[in-house]
Design a protein around this ligand. Structure first.
Ligand SMILES: Cc1ncc(COP(=O)(O)O)c(C=O)c1O
Length: 334
């Protein structure tokens, strides 16, 4: 039995689930790296730890200092957890769309929350939130902006630390998702340095602009962006694949009912892509990185009323299988 004395020691070394399911082609192997087993339930615990450790090491953050980040998602939750254990104060900058659940999550760990309620000229809040971060940094000399989208410490941590958890596991392909590009860009670079024969496939939700297609709104959150962050370099990957909201959400429901695994929406995107990759002739085994748990989405795509309101019709396992078998060659090579 492992004994630890700080929560950061609980981060990483997540379990791997070997999926037996009718959607997995016969004699092929699908492994799922379950990042929901981090202490604050997502892969962002690793990112937050990497960013904070580096900031302390380089003196950009002093003990008792202040960290500021614009986020209403998993990174904010992870930073809030670490602020309670690693001796810094966190200010999370959010907009009015933030859920009550997330607000309470940040506050439970003692973080402060700044709500930006005036949208920018295009009606969104992204640039308004960044502007507020910059104001807060001026008001608080010595405060540190983790800046997950553009800070190279994000992928560098995953390249040097997270990737090591994959190098001992022989598979033909590793599949992951992108938003900032931090975790999977880093993992892909780290894997390629040691096992250049393992191919990597980056996945995104259809509608996101990261792979260069025009942006249109999508339902999933956690992955995707309306632009490409500095931390995403498409050349870090061998293949790119986009998955629709409907396919990802339907697959999450199927997996929950058939296996007892409650996965988040980006995991649905990753799993759909991994199942597709397993249909390539030269791919016998795939590792899929599942970033978070469905617990974050119980009031969203696991909620019947939400599905009706958003006009999402769940596909059956046969319909998903048809899609997987039909689109075997639609991936993009980088
Ligand atoms: C649930 C989920 N999936 C995927 C991602 C994408 O990770 P990254 O920002 O490292 O590209 C995130 C990032 O916030 C996330 O929260």
């Amino acid at each position: 039995m492992r004994t630890v004395s700080t929560v950061d020691q609980l981060i990483g070394n997540t379990p791997v689930f070997s999926l037996t399911h009718p959607l997995v082609p016969e004699n092929k192997k699908l492994y799922i790296k379950l990042e929901q087993f981090n202490p604050n339930f997502s892969i962002k615990d690793r990112t937050a730890l990497g960013l904070i450790k580096k900031a302390f090491e380089t003196g950009k953050l002093q003990p008792g200092g202040t960290v500021i980040e614009s986020t209403s998602g998993n990174l904010g939750k992870s930073l809030a957890m670490l602020s309670a254990s690693m001796g810094f104060h966190l200010i999370v900058v959010v907009d009015p769309k933030v859920s009550r659940n997330s607000l309470n999550w940040f506050k439970s760990f003692g973080a402060s929350v700044e709500v930006v309620d005036t949208p920018d000229s295009l009606g969104g809040y992204q640039t308004a939130r960044i502007a507020r971060v910059k104001e807060l940094l001026e008001e608080r000399p010595g405060a540190y902006w983790t800046n997950q989208y553009d800070n190279p410490d994000n992928p560098l941590y995953h390249e040097s630390v997270t990737a090591k958890e994959f190098t001992q596991f022989p598979v033909d392909m590793i599949v992951g998702s992108v938003s900032t590009g931090g975790h999977f860009g880093g993992v892909s670079r780290g894997i390629r340095a040691i096992h250049p024969e393992i191919r990597t496939m980056a996945c995104d939700v259809t509608g996101s602009a990261i792979f260069g297609t025009p942006f249109h709104p999508y339902l999933l959150n956690g992955l995707g962006l309306s632009w490409r962050a500095d931390n995403t370099n498409l050349e870090d990957f061998d293949l790119l694949n986009s998955v629709t909201d409907q396919n990802a959400i339907s697959l999450c429901h199927i997996i929950a009912r058939d296996t007892g695994l409650l996965l988040g929406g980006s995991s649905g995107v990753v799993l759909f892509s991994a199942l597709k990759a397993l249909r390539y002739k030269n791919v016998e085994s795939v590792m899929a990185i599942a970033p978070d748990s469905g617990i974050n989405y119980l009031e969203q795509f696991y909620d019947d009323e939400w599905l009706i309101e958003k006009k999402v019709q769940l596909l059956t396992i046969e319909q998903i299988k048809e899609q997987l078998d039909a689109h075997v060659d639609t991936y993009t090579s980088v």
